[in-house]
Design a protein around this ligand. Sequence first.
Ligand code: ADP
Length: 633
Amino acid sequence: MKCDPNLYRAAPPSLAVKPRLIRHLFLPPLIIVLMIGLGYAGFWTSEHFGIRSLSENGQRQLELHARTVESELSKYTYLPSLLELETSVPQLLADPTPEHRQTVNAYLEGLNRRSRSRAIYVMDTTGRVMATSNWRDVDSYLGEDLSFRAYFQKAVRGEPGRFYGIGSTSGEPGYYLAHGLEEHGKIIGVAVVKVRLEALEERWQRARLEAFVSDENGIIILSSDPARRLKSVIPLSDETKEKLARSLQYYWFPLNELQPLARETLAEGVEKLTFPANSELSADDDSISYLAQTRPLNDTPWNFTLLTPLQDLRREAINQGILVAVAFALVAFLLIAWNERRKVIATRLAAREALQEANNQLERRITERTGDLRASNERLKSQIRERRQAEETLRRAQDELVQAGKLAAIGQMSTSIAHELNQPLAAMRTLSGNTIRFLERGQLDVASTNLKTINDLIDRMGRITASLRSFARRGDDKGQASLGKAVDAALQLLGARVDSMALHLHRQFSDVQVQIDQTRLEQILVNLIGNALDAMQAQPLPQLWLEGEAFNGKYRLRVRDNGHGVDAEARKHLFEPFFTTKPGEQGLGLGLTLSASLAAATGGHLGVEHPASGGTTFVLSLPLVSPDSAEPI
Ligand code: ADP
């Protein structure tokens, strides 16, 4: 079984390798780039939505804590105005005697204790402190000129003075609320309450809240992180810095800016601020980002800012980004694997289809060839039939020829047969005439001898006619023959001619049984011996050798004469039908042809040799009936 190699031929390498090479070169970097891109997109989206959610949550927190600050501040708003109701205060301002001062001092001390404020004091319109709750302290404000304070300046004009500053005497920060004390519609002095707001900071710290309050100058006055305190949240010009320094609002503290590393405005009052790391909060990082939400505080020019750290959100966003990148890598890997598997399956299917196609082709070819074979088989069968018919015809023709040959031989022999029969007939006529006469004379013994001789002659004549009948009879080529008997019969048939030429016969063969009809063997031998006798006509010492030998399951009989032999030209045509060198009616040219075909019909052979010593040798080979039984006669 041979398959068409074309069916399995792979695609040309240049076409098959190139796309794969390109894929291998470009796919991994592409996947990496996409991983990074999608990872970043995941990170960005997560951060964006996280900030939005934080900002919503922060807004509530902002509101809550801003309200707390507002309520803390508003708690003291009414306190300075209360002093208007206390009669001793206008008395002091109108008449600043030590007694009046002492009375007001004691009153303020008590009020301060009850209100838990830091200090309460009263100033005249020039800004000098007339009485104060801390009159007992060493760093008492008593007698101090605080006219430079902005809260005084505002209050003396009749406006509410709100001020955060650091005390010039104590160096202690505080919230100052000032109120212009009126009498009959005229400002007679200013009452001030100083409040400490550290409690708010402590509360924020306890709640782990990052927040600060910046004042009208943008300076952080309250902060959960002390490091941020007294830093400016907006850029300050040198002029402003100088003005603020001169006002001693912030004592002598340097007003540095709270410089963020990055600042990004996300919405109105919402910023993303990144500060350099400075505290234990960001030990493992060199910067820290916050979501800064700012809201103005009511009744003050201050702003409350809530800082929500974005570290956790950032970490979460990084994780999300990594997750997206990993998920993408996984999906890409699965897609590649799926694609490879799809290609393998497609290749297998293609190979299977190719195989199927090859099988189909093979089956088609087998069918075609089987058809061809069947046709040639049919042709062979018809040829065999024709051959058989031809053989049959040939065999019939051979039989006819044999018959014709026999008849011809009979014709040829008729003269000698007639001579052969006439001789005893003539002898019998003479003998019978003599016998009659001897009987008439009464010579019975002589008559008896004659009758005996006549009887012998009749026997001889019977044998002759019997030989002729058996010769002429059609026989089949099955059966077996005795070589000795056949030779005897042939010699008897040719007896007259043998006797007439004083033949010297050499018999050197075995009486074997050969596979041929007896009559046919006799016929062959009559032909061969007859031809030898013809060839030796002119030979003064005619000799005939009949020599036999067993050879390869056959018996080979050589019929050799010392006749005139066969000339070179005739040798080529010896076995051709009707080839004869004999003159007139003597030869038909059928003897050798028939003999050879009779021998061949039994599986034997008839050949010729031309001995150098002269004469001719015909070699007759016939299959032995029992190959081991060949014994010399
Ligand atoms: P026919 O005897 O009628 O001629 P054959 O076929 O028997 O036909 O012989 C053919 C020829 O072969 C003979 O005419 C003769 O020339 C030659 N031939 C046959 N036998 C011998 C022989 N023993 N010696 C010489 N010539 C022979």
